[in-house]
Design a protein around this ligand. Structure first.
Ligand SMILES: O=S(=O)(c1ccc(O)cc1O)N1Cc2ccccc2C1
Length: 398
């Protein structure tokens, strides 16, 4: 039976991976949320979810074998196979779609969401297993960086579709005047203040001190800054950036200092971009270390056995910045970091000001991506004296 199931799985993977994922616009998410029926959503998701799963499952096969066969990576691939098989029970041709079918589908989505809840950590463990088992060359490192950005973006998008369906048509709690997990009038100042105060609470708990927040807003039409967005995504990004900035300021000035320079936040509603800039005076970092901030290989710090009292709450397995950047990029925004070594760091979140421009950004399994895995990293076409980057293993915050 297992052999037959494996054959069916491979054949279905080939079938669904032929289709490109269909990126939804914020407009479609909100229109769908307001007008679609449970059955409409079912008819869309029973095809789109297997397509998105199959696209990334096929890309796993392009990974370097040494990563592919790490125990944690094998475990994640098994989760994806199981969830893909679960969804095959609902594909076209199963006969009439009854309310029972719809209820079973929603239950299956909840089961899949729970099954995959620890995948980010498990993949990070896979990277750690690889680092401990093999020497990693530049090509492998580039392929891991490329894959994990696409893998985590694919996961963000699948969880977004599942959350919309379960909130709109399942038992998940629904915020009044939200459409699924989207707030059509997301109050950006409120999310900035909430994420700051929660990061500050952690900072006070650990360092017994924390920097103040100075918030300035610019909006041409003088109204409050609001945007059609997923508040939990914006909160996730801001919470991460505030934790980094607070840790930098307190550690740079010494926890015993009775005053700290504040974290300055500038919020601007432009014509095209909604910009949130955090500026800290935490001493900054040199350009030679900057790239490590978003690097999965170097941000994977060996996890202390148990994060107890001695583990700074702001330090984790270190994927906070790369994941936050993916959340920003998911709806065609971005997250950038600019530092002045010896002074401090600016981190900028760019969101689309117009919901008509906020579309999903999805990885696609195609010839271009396959070439990416076989093309060696850029060989140098500029010459210079060798220079030694101060090999400071950068801080890893959660
Ligand atoms: O690299 S950083 O400039 C830095 C990086 C990201 C960010 O969001 C804010 C930052 O400030 N910075 C993090 C950190 C931690 C402990 C001690 C000193 C520093 C300096």
């Amino acid at each position: 039976v297992l052999y037959r199931q494996a054959r069916v799985l491979e054949e279905r993977l080939d079938y669904y991976s032929q289709f490109n994922p269909s990126p939804l616009s914020m407009q479609q998410f909100t229109d769908f949320g307001e007008n679609a029926t449970n059955s409409d959503s079912f008819m869309f998701l029973r095809k789109e979810l297997p397509v998105r799963l199959a696209n990334i499952m096929k890309e796993f096969n392009l990974l370097p074998n040494k990563l592919l066969h790490m125990p944690s990576v094998e475990a994640v691939r098994d989760l994806y196979r199981q969830s893909f098989l679960d969804l095959l029970h609902f594909q076209d041709g199963i006969g009439p779609v009854t309310t029972t079918t719809l209820d079973k589908f929603t239950d299956a989505l909840v089961k899949i969401r729970n099954r995959h809840s620890d995948v980010v950590m498990t993949m990070a463990q896979g990277v750690m297993e690889l680092k401990e088992a093999h020497a990693i060359n530049a090509n492998t490192e580039a392929n891991i960086q490329y894959f994990l950005d696409r893998f985590y973006m694919n996961r963000i998008s699948i969880r977004m579709l599942i959350n919309q369906h379960t909130i709109l048509f399942g038992d998940s709690v629904n915020h009044q005047n939200h459409i699924g997990c989207i707030d059509p009038h997301c109050d950006v100042v409120k999310v900035i203040e909430d994420s700051y105060s929660n990061a500050r609470f952690l900072c006070d708990q650990y360092y017994l001190a924390s920097p103040e927040l100075v918030l300035r807003c610019h909006n041409a039409d003088k109204t409050a800054v609001s945007v059609v967005y997923v508040p939990s995504h914006l909160y996730h990004m801001l919470f991460e950036l505030f934790k980094n900035a607070m840790r930098a300021v307190v550690e740079h000035h010494g926890a015993a200092s009775d005053t700290f320079p504040p974290i300055d936040v500038l919020l601007v509603m432009g014509q095209e971009d909604l910009t949130i800039r955090l500026s800290d005076q935490g001493g900054g970092i040199p350009r030679s270390v900057m790239d490590f901030l978003f690097n999965y290989m170097y941000s994977t710090a060996p996890q202390p056995a148990v994060s107890g009292l001695d583990t700074p709450p702001l330090a984790g397995y270190g994927y906070g910045l790369p994941l936050s950047r993916l959340y920003a990029r998911y709806f065609h925004g971005d997250l950038q970091v600019t530092s002045c070594d010896g002074y401090g760091t600016d981190t900028i979140i760019y969101l689309k000001a117009l919901s008509s421009e906020a579309n999903e950004l999805l990885p696609v399994y195609n010839k271009t991506c396959q070439r990416q895995y076989s093309t060696p990293v850029q060989t140098h076409d500029w010459s210079s004296q060798a220079h030694s980057a101060l090999f400071v293993r950068p801080f890893s915050t959660s």
